[in-house]
Ligand binder design. Structure first.
Ligand code: FES
Length: 162
């Protein structure tokens, strides 16, 4: 169970975030603080992308999220804007993900686990998103891109690089 949680942490984080907003109520600052702490616990830092996700789900301005981070010395901010996560599972591989993975790494000039020199883009992988029927899959800031081929992947990566 723990392993599965680790593999799918971005997907699970996004799902949990919705429950947090339901439990605390939208615009609730204690809920936002709870979500920020949860984000740090899961990822070890709070990226720009996660700040945006939290502000969207709780429907609070990004400035409020930024202030709450600054007021809590325990929270660590990261300047990563794009969290790119590629599926390396076997079913996506059967659907042609090897070419997609190669293209994404080449376009970004990064290996899995690396962050771009300017700190804006982090590339990681997960074993399976449980969306195998729609693979090859990749998420960017928690949003899915399905049925990728190398051309689609190249275009998506070019967009976030600019
Ligand atoms: S193998 Fe890629 S989503 Fe399952």
């Amino acid at each position: 169970m723990e392993d599965k949680r680790e593999e799918n942490k971005q997907v699970i984080f996004s799902e949990d975030l919705k429950y947090m907003a339901e439990d605390f109520g939208i615009k609730n600052q204690d809920g936002v603080k709870y979500a920020l702490n949860n984000c740090q616990e899961v990822f070890g830092y709070i990226s720009k992308a996660h700040q945006e996700e939290i502000s969207n789900v709780f429907q609070v301005e990004k400035k409020i999220v930024e202030v709450l981070i600054k007021l809590s010395p325990a929270l660590k901010e990261s300047i990563v804007e794009y969290e790119v996560i590629c599926c390396t599972g076997s079913r996506c591989a059967k659907n042609g993900s090897m070419e997609v993975l190669k293209t994404v790494r080449e376009e970004l000039g990064l290996e899995f686990g690396e962050t771009s020199e300017d700190g804006r883009i982090r590339l990681t992988s997960q074993n399976c998103f449980k969306r195998c029927g729609e693979g090859p899959n990749m998420t960017i800031n928690g949003s899915f891109h399905h049925r990728l081929d190398k051309d689609k992947a190249r275009n998506i990566i070019k967009e976030i690089k600019n």
